[in-house]
Design a protein around this ligand. Sequence first.
Ligand code: HEC
Ligand code: HEC
Ligand code: HEC
Length: 347
Amino acid sequence: MFATLVALLATCTTTLASAADPASVVRGGRLYDNLSVELKTRIPNQPNPAFKTQQVRVAASDTWRCVECHGWDYQGQHGFVGIAGKQNADPVAILAILKNANHGYEDLLDEGDRLDLANFVSTGQSDMRKLMDMTAKIKPGQGYSEKVFATVCANCHGLEGDRLRQIPPLGDSARQRPMEVLHVTLNGHPGGDMPALRTLGDDTAANMLAYLKSLRSVNMASSVANGGRLYDDWQAQLGGQRQALPHPSYPAKAYYANVPSETWRCKECHGWDYKGNEGVYAKGNHATGIKGIRAMAGADPEKIMAVLTSSVHVYGAVMKYRDLLDLANFVSYGQFGNPAYLSEKFF
Ligand code: HEC
Ligand code: HEC
Ligand code: HEC
């Protein structure tokens, strides 16, 4: 069927390019964002061989995402070209590019996926700069997206946009990554049931971004408090299954090595006094020889999140974004045991 479609496209591309099915365009946009989430398929464990830049560290799975090389503004990043030059190009020609040596997706994409991507590249790219300018001109309280958000989005995201624990609060995403949020607003998110707002036009997208930017951030006091509880026993706190195998960094010869779930508690390696091998756990049943976390008090929470998801800790596999953020906020702001420090900083 797709072969016929492609043949058809080849004969009357000009009309089809301008009249691309909006459903195909927005699906292409979601594939562009994250094709493995949209297709619910696993992508190869190894990095994309076409991702040849040495300068940046990018998770192997992200090197397969179109957006990682071509950018949220469609102008390209990490030294790769953008896709903006292919706006209004013949989808059949774009389809051919998606089969060249730089795009070794082979069985990952079928012909229909490639056509959706081509339609997105040809007719789905918005002028991000223009949209950002439009958004900037909307004064707080002037946008009309509050109702759309409350009726369409809040079901999943909560009225304050911070209910989902696998992502940052939408307010933070909108302030920190506005182009990505615009792309998602226009096309929907991969693998999700979110309606794409594209058909409602650029004004609606700009309005939604302006509204999202007004939503609250994480409440620091409750984040730190929750982080403290997770530090004690995150498995109990999150109510999931306890780990069946010992933590990979727990020394095999240490006392609790044969009580697997205990070895996953932060306090078991770093101590109640956060001093690790220099504190109370320097000797006795709890001794592991591992250092404390005091040195990271006051550190940038993002750096601490990177520590928690590294191969030393592997917590990215068992906890959600917001749990890791709460732990990081606790490590940075909570371990002073001094409420005055907190209040000075955040209240
Ligand atoms: C690892 C990096 C990388 C990823 C991921 C990637 N591309 Fe590319 N892309 C390139 C490179 C390099 C070129 C330039 C050479 C070429 O045309 O093959 C390119 C070129 C293009 C072009 C032509 C741009 C122009 O103006 O000539 C389009 C369109 C394109 N890619 C679309 C996509 C889509 C859609 C995806 C996701 C399915 C994707 N790319 C994923 C590296 C990448
Ligand atoms: C059916 C539930 C659902 C609805 C309805 C929904 N979303 Fe989402 N949204 C999600 C989920 C789940 C994610 C996380 C997806 C992921 O993990 O990749 C998400 C992610 C996002 C993101 C990406 C945030 C980030 O930091 O990566 C944005 C932006 C977003 N949604 C905006 C909206 C807007 C605006 C609406 C309303 C027009 C909406 N969503 C409606 C479930 C929903
Ligand atoms: C099985 C033992 C173990 C557990 C459990 C563990 N860690 Fe660690 N942690 C380590 C090791 C090993 C290091 C790295 C020490 C080094 O190489 O310098 C480390 C380092 C750290 C550091 C960086 C300290 C510094 O000054 O560089 C922080 C912060 C940290 N861990 C926080 C946590 C948190 C929060 C938890 C619980 C969610 C946790 N750890 C659970 C073993 C563990």
